[in-house]
Write a protein that binds this ligand. Structure first.
Ligand SMILES: [Fe+2]
Ligand SMILES: [Fe+2]
Length: 273
């Protein structure tokens, strides 16, 4: 289990233990899925490849349905008395798939905007979808595990997870088809771009969240990896003719040199007398 998954598990436990945060999370997921569905539907109308269009149309319908499932569960929680001002105003930003988007070129689901689909072509768009769907599947798998004590919510995550796995599978199949047609290098580059963008986004997100704490960790790592070895080397060399010396020792050495010079001057005066 990676560090990222451990962090998500930890945060997820806190979310589902707090009904208001759970409600905000469901509503955040609903917005994200709806955004994704809308953009994929637009992309489906623009692509020329018939097979790709079929996958995108089904994919778009899935995302819209996911939004409805999340919204319906959020409504049930509200009707059962969960909510209030805090839940309405807040949203679980950490679970919004829009977090860590590589740039404004990517929509709230982490997909390329359709303008970029026109500009870059179908292959990079599908590569970005593939990476985004892998991430969504991992995220929803975690939430499915964390909501076992809440069967209605748990069932929603399980159902959505099945669709997300289909999204990962069809995008992988399309990329494989391009590879087989001689575009292996283009597929590799597009996946690398998608993953690098996501990795950078995650790094920036971690930095922003941790704030001062992150800076402290960075300073500690720098100190241990650079300053400690350097200091040890300097300490080993202190016995010799060079190296760092403590301020106290430097002052003592200077005083001894002054005394020696004074003795030499006195000796010279006596010999001249
Ligand atoms: Fe989805
Ligand atoms: Fe999806």
């Amino acid at each position: 289990m990676g560090l990222n998954e451990l962090l998500q598990l930890r945060r997820g436990r806190a979310v589902w233990a707090d009904p208001s945060r759970a409600l905000a999370t469901l509503e955040s997921f609903a917005r994200t899925e709806e955004d994704g569905g809308r953009d994929i539907a637009t992309a489906a109308r623009r692509v020329t490849d018939v097979e790709l269009r079929g996958h995108l149309e089904r994919h778009a319908r899935d995302e819209v349905r996911h939004a409805e499932l999340f919204r319906r569960r959020a409504r049930e929680l509200r009707e059962s008395g969960v909510g209030g001002a805090d839940a309405t105003a807040g949203s679980e930003k950490g679970y919004d798939l829009s977090r860590g988007r590589p740039s404004a070129e990517v929509d709230a689901h982490g997909f390329f905007r359709v303008g970029l689909l026109d500009e870059l072509g179908e292959l990079p768009y599908v590569a970005m979808l593939h990476v985004a769907e892998q991430r969504a599947a991992r995220l929803f798998d975690i939430h499915a595990r964390l909501t076992r004590d809440d069967p209605p919510t748990h069932e929603i995550f399980r159902e959505i997870l099945r669709d997300e796995r289909y999204h990962v599978a069809w995008t992988a199949a399309m990329l494989e088809r391009w590879r087989q047609r001689g575009d292996a290098d283009a597929v590799r580059r597009a996946l690398k771009t998608a993953r690098t963008g996501r990795a950078m986004g995650a790094w920036k997100r971690a930095g922003a969240r941790a704030g001062v704490g992150f800076g402290r960790v960075l300073m500690l790592v720098t100190w241990v990896t650079l300053m400690v070895p350097f200091g040890l080397v300097a300490r080993r060399r202190r016995g010799g003719e060079s190296g760092w010396m403590s301020a106290r020792r430097t002052r003592a050495t200077a005083a001894a040199a002054e005394r020696s010079a004074a003795r030499d001057a006195l000796t010279r005066l006596r010999s001249q007398a």
